[in-house]
Unconditional design. Structure first.
Lengths: 247, 211
């Protein structure tokens, strides 16, 4: 699994206070999502693009990620221009392309890419556990933070368990086909994963209790805002504010 | 230090422990042996208050322990090393995982950091603080798990199959650590060589049942 492929760099973006990054990413995303103008959306795209360059992450990987998002948007381009109402700018038999449909597609494409880029540049450049720590410093309910934390910590373990089961099935000659036997085997496997995960969660809790856990987590890392953090925080606030007004 | 009297415990399938007696004194280094399913792990979980017996008495550090609250006080004094290190290590970094116990015991973050670095040093795991727990090798995971338990400075250690899945070198290191520790401990193990090296006596599950 490559959940953290952008988090391993060492640019000034990587070193920013994660609280600033989370706040900036949320603020920017909301403003961009509310935006209705194509021009403003195009300009909005510049901000995360600059951040991506500053973070010096692999552009190839960024493009691969964007390709996934854009493959969904492609379907909008296939349907919206033909089905949207408004001025017809081109027609071929029963097919008519509407201007508003095209603009709408363009708007969605620009906005999605701007938000996606911002998320990669700001959140993707922190390790998941750093984000978890930051969230717990940001007055997010403990339960939600813990849920996020344990999900990520044990996703690897469950993934390994899945792998072991899959290999064990394979060496006994299992080959997935489109038949009842295959469906049943997969259902058993998912069931087994659930049961094992449940058992594991109980063992983890027992192990935690043995080490004196009574329902409270203590945090070792405390973040300190540096000048750089204030500057970036203020800059992203300004950019978001300008975009909000400019629409 | 630990006295169990007439313990009965059953899972749905029937009695695993039926009138079992057990005692451990300061300085004892014993191995608890018995076939699979003979209740070794269950017995140790009862000592930690993770399971509660149907009948019988659990006396630890001179006091009868009956409910969860009675056991909370002893958890810092008895360290329990679980069979599967993935159950034990749940924090992102080694530093946080080893600090988890000391922080729960009410130590300040600075004290906890000090305990972590001295514990890691004593296990020759210097520089492991920022390592990611789930990326450690099997042997490293086991030693770090041991560090998380030792960081609480327990008086007694319970080790549930600590050598399972370990290579010879790590097993050897674990034996050295135990022999140098001066701790009182109970070891569950099927590894006879390891048992001979690290304990002074063997207790068989079958011998614990009162007549």
């Amino acid at each position: 699994m490559h959940i953290e492929e952008f988090a391993l760099g060492d640019s000034w973006i990587h070193r920013l206070d994660p609280r600033v990054k989370i706040a900036a990413a949320i603020g920017f995303s909301v403003v961009v999502a509310l935006n209705q103008s194509v021009a403003a959306s195009a300009i909005a795209l510049l901000f995360p693009a600059v951040l991506i360059l500053a973070a010096r992450v692999s552009l190839r990987k960024v493009i691969l990620r964007l390709a996934v998002v854009n493959s969904f948007i492609l379907f909008l381009w296939l349907f919206l221009p033909f089905t949207h109402t408004g001025e017809i700018i081109w027609s071929l038999g029963p097919l008519e392309i509407h201007r508003e449909g095209l603009i709408f597609c363009l708007l969605i494409t620009l906005k999605s890419n701007a938000i996606m880029l911002a998320v990669i540049a700001l959140l993707g450049t922190s390790r998941v556990f750093t984000l978890v720590h930051a969230l717990s410093h940001m007055a997010i309910p403990d339960k939600l933070v813990h849920l996020f934390f344990f999900c990520f910590r044990y996703i690897h373990v469950i993934h390994e368990e899945y792998h072991r089961l899959a290999v064990a099935m394979k060496v006994r000659g299992f080959r997935p086909r489109t038949d009842l036997h295959t469906y049943r085997a997969y259902a058993y496997m998912v069931g087994m994963l659930l049961v094992r995960s449940f058992d594991r969660s109980r063992r983890i809790l027992a192990a935690m209790r043995c080490r004196g856990f009574r329902g409270r987590f203590y945090i070792l890392h405390h973040y300190e805002m540096k000048r750089c953090d204030y500057v970036v925080g203020a800059a992203s606030f300004l950019i978001s504010a300008v975009l909000l007004v400019a629409k | 230090m630990i006295r169990l009297r007439n313990i009965r415990f059953r899972y749905n399938s029937g009695y695993v422990l039926d009138r079992v007696n057990f005692s451990l004194d300061r300085g004892d280094r014993i191995a608890l042996v018995g076939p699979n399913g003979s209740g070794k792990t269950t017995l140790c979980h009862i000592m930690m208050g993770l399971l509660f017996p149907e009948s019988g008495e659990v006396e630890i550090f001179g006091k009868l322990r009956k409910k969860e609250a009675d056991f909370q006080e002893i958890r810092g004094r008895i360290g329990f090393l679980f069979q599967d290190a993935d159950d034990q290590l749940f924090c992102p970094t080694v530093l946080e995982d080893v600090a988890f116990g000391p922080l729960n015991l009410g130590k300040s973050p600075e004290e906890a950091r000090r305990v972590v670095s001295s514990t890691l040093k004593s296990l020759k795991l210097e520089g492991f603080e920022e390592r990611i727990t789930y990326q450690l090798s099997g042997g490293e995971k086991r030693l770090v798990s041991l560090a998380t338990v030792l960081a609480m400075e327990p008086e007694v250690l319970i080790l549930d199959e600590p050598t399972s899945g370990l290579d010879e070198a790590t097993t050897e290191r674990l034996a050295e650590i135990l022999n140098e520790s001066n701790l009182t401990y109970i070891l569950i193990s099927h590894d006879i060589d390891f048992v001979k090296k690290t304990t002074d006596g063997i207790v068989r599950m079958a011998d614990l049942v009162s007549a």
